[in-house]
Ligand binder design. Structure first.
Ligand code: 3HC
Length: 676
């Protein structure tokens, strides 16, 4: 097999070039190639300096994640980095694209770093539940100081070449097109420098204040995760011990994380997100329709949020509503959201003006005549949506894609109403639509291949994680969510409190919110019949008392003016009254029972969704729940969690509570296999 690494001689400089598409991951063959390049440079007296650079779209984007957990192959990444740093001739990294993780660590092992202006440098291992295990936690604080090292390792966001230069992580920033040439010239300039600058020989100054401030500022963000604390501990260690001891500490912490379930879950999600974009029966080269402008019907919270996704990415939007008042209100909300981004520094006022100039408000659907894609975002009513699609079918130009943002309804029925079902698809955004990453793409019975491919690609363009679902009530996400509501109500009647049930979801399972916190946030009255005299459920009783949720400062919980939540005696009274009326005795409900009755049915439904091919694969279900419903990434989504929790345990729990077990779940539990 030919090596992905080659060398080129530029007089007295040897250039070692990696070409390992797509992202120059540092797999065994690359590491061996780098080592061979160094051998060549060492053996040749005429070589006075070395440049390491990459072909393709990026400098090394990190260790090859697919190698984790397999038998190690020599040389290790750590060996290569050590060898580069100890090398007796100057080694210069020429960075373009994203130097990430092990790639950043290779660069830190080099004596000098030259970067293209558009390059980024970072150590995102924490996002995989890991830490930089190639000496990064020890070299970063030695070069850039503790504060930046903490930011880079424990949060994992990359920094620009300019910022890296300010911090001393990059020695020279050059024009992108001149990188290869400039790096060779730089290497020639430093060819005679001795002693060579080696990060490991520098000291890392302790900075306890920075550590304390960092931990305080990020406590909430890191809650539940193991890796941030390990990253912080390694950076602190760098300020306390020798480089060798720090490196040994880093290694031990890395191995601990690598063997833990959190990193396995986070790595699963890394590949799951990328896999979700692939549609099994759709050729990768399916032609795409051009989307240069978008029409949105409905200027409410959802329509406005959806519009922002396109406007921000430079795609003009025509937004239509039925009254001037609704239109003005919607546009006011969009403007206010962007004004907040000016305050936070994300955009300048001039940029926001340019963004808003791409928005055309209108009171007539006729103005969708030239739209390449029209997204309907009106309230959930099948007859209304069918009427709208019948109109859109006539108004929209030939080849335009017609999308519905329904969260439950029958996309096939809506598609038929349009008279051109092949053009119709579901685009289910999640609120707030300008923030939430998930986009459920609902593939109708007759959705054309190019419509599906276009919407998937467009989803990525607007920064979403698109996941395909077939048509069914609630699609993947809401169909699973619906499973928990009836058993939770039953458990309230048995004697559990809303706060106990929410605790199992949040503190025990790590979800962002429990069902009753979510209900209060969304509004207890969503879907309520609005007759205060008709009290058939706990929810009816709450609504009749005006306990409509956070907006009324009372729902399942009580709220103060800052929306701080406390358990409600009134809600407890309402539940007690219902229990008495039903003639049920109050009993203790254990946390374990809540898990079994509220969470296990969600897994059971996931298995049905897979068997019906509503979702293409179990990892798609995980992506939906992690990116759209606040399931913690560190347990990998419901199906990955189920695998680690034990499918046989779940089957036994479901049976204990009289729930019919999905055949696929049964089969997997019996055969000892897992969801893959
Ligand atoms: N190892 C193996 N495969 C990788 C990879 C890696 N480090 N990084 C990306 N890939 C694969 C992806 O799975 C994808 O494969 P596919 O086409 O079969 O789905 C392909 O490369 C392209 O990736 P993206 O779709 O993500 O491409 P983008 O252009 O959108 O993004 C990127 C490029 C910013 C480099 C992004 O891929 C990324 O963030 N990669 C991960 C970076 C990372 O986490 N590095 C640290 C690795 S751990 C490490 O280095 C440990 C060390 O400290 C010891």
């Amino acid at each position: 097999m030919t090596s992905p690494v080659r060398t080129e001689r530029k007089d007295d400089v040897l250039v070692i070039i990696s070409d390992n598409p797509p992202v120059n991951a540092l797999g065994a063959a690359v590491r061996q190639g780098l080592s061979a390049g160094l051998d060549e440079a060492l053996a040749d007296d005429g070589t006075k300096a070395v440049v390491i650079r990459c072909d393709g779209r990026t400098f090394f984007a990190g260790a090859d994640i697919t190698e984790f957990g397999k038998a190690p192959q020599q040389p290790s990444l750590l060996d290569v980095i050590e060898r580069i740093e100890a090398f007796e001739k100057p080694v210069v990294a020429a960075i373009h694209g994203t130097a990430l993780g092990g790639g950043c660590e290779i660069a830190l092992g080099c004596h000098y770093r030259v970067a293209a202006r558009s390059a980024k440098v970072g150590t995102p291992e924490v996002k995989l539940g890991l830490l930089p295990g190639g000496g990064g936690t020890q070299r970063l604080p030695r070069i850039a100081g503790v504060a930046l090292a903490l930011e880079m390792t424990a949060k994992g966001d990359p920094i620009s070449a300019a910022r890296a230069q300010e911090a001393g992580l990059v020695d020279k920033v050059v024009d992108d097109a001149a990188l290869a040439e400039e790096a060779v010239a730089f290497a020639r300039q430093v060819a005679k420098v001795r002693p060579l600058p080696r990060a490991s020989e520098r000291d890392a100054a302790p900075d306890p204040q920075a550590v304390e401030a960092f931990v305080r500022a990020n406590g909430r963000r890191f809650k539940g995760f193991d890796a941030p604390a390990a990253n912080i501990a390694c950076v602190v260690k760098a300020t306390e011990t020798s480089f060798a001891e720090g490196l040994a500490f880093e290694r031990a912490e890395f191995v601990k994380l690598l063997n833990g379930t959190q990193s396995a879950a986070q790595r699963h999600m890394f590949f799951a997100e990328r896999q979700a974009a692939k549609i099994d029966d759709l050729p990768a080269d399916t032609p795409l329709r051009r989307i240069e402008n978008v029409g949105i019907l409905g200027a409410g919270t959802m329509g406005g949020g959806i519009a922002m996704n396109f406007l921000t990415r430079g795609i003009p939007v025509t937004i239509v509503d039925t009254s001037q008042e609704a239109l003005d209100r919607g546009i006011g909300v969009i403007r206010a959201n962007y004004d907040r981004s000016v305050k936070s520094g994300r955009f300048t006022a001039v940029q926001v003006d340019a963004i808003m100039a791409r928005l055309t408000p209108s009171l007539t659907m006729e103005d969708f005549a030239q739209s390449d894609l029209v997204i309907e975002a009106v309230y959930e009513n099948l007859d209304l949506k069918k009427q709208i699609f019948a109109d859109l079918g006539k108004i929209a130009k030939k080849g335009a894609i017609l999308a519905t943002n329904t969260s439950f309804l029958d996309v096939d029925a809506i598609a038929e109403a349009s008279g051109r079902p092949a053009d119709v698809v579901g685009m289910h955004f999640f609120s707030p639509a300008n923030v939430m990453r998930l986009l459920e793409v609902v593939r109708g019975e007759k959705t054309a291949a190019d419509v599906l491919a276009t919407v998937m690609a467009l989803g990525k363009t607007i920064g979403k994680v698109p996941v395909v679902s077939r048509v069914c009530f609630g699609f993947i996400g809401n169909r699973i969510m619906a499973q928990r509501s009836a058993p939770c109500t039953e458990m309230l009647l048995d004697g559990a409190s809303p706060e106990q049930i929410d605790k199992v979801f949040t503190e025990d399972m790590g979800l962002a919110m429990g069902p009753y916190q979510m209900s209060d946030m969304a509004g207890v009255d969503v879907g309520w019949h609005r007759d205060p005299n008709r009290i058939e459920t706990i929810r009816d009783a709450l609504c009749a008392e005006g306990r409509l949720g956070q907006k009324a400062k009372a729902g399942f919980y009580d709220y103060d003016d800052q929306r701080n939540r406390t358990p409600s005696a009134k809600t407890a009274e309402i539940i007690d009254a219902f229990r008495a009326k039903a003639g049920r005795a109050k009993r203790e409900v254990s946390d374990e029972e809540i898990l079994e009755r509220a969470i296990y049915p969600m897994i059971n439904e996931g298995a049905k969704i897979l068997a019906e091919a509503v979702a293409q694969r179990s990892s798609d279900i995980d992506v939906v729940w992690v990116t759209g419903y606040g399931w913690p990434i560190y347990t990998g989504g419901p199906m990955f969690w189920a695998n680690t929790h034990g499918l046989d345990r779940i089957v036994a729990g479901l049976e204990r509570h009289g729930v019919e077990v999905a055949p696929l779940l049964h089969e997997k539990a019996q055969s000892g296999s897992i969801f893959t």
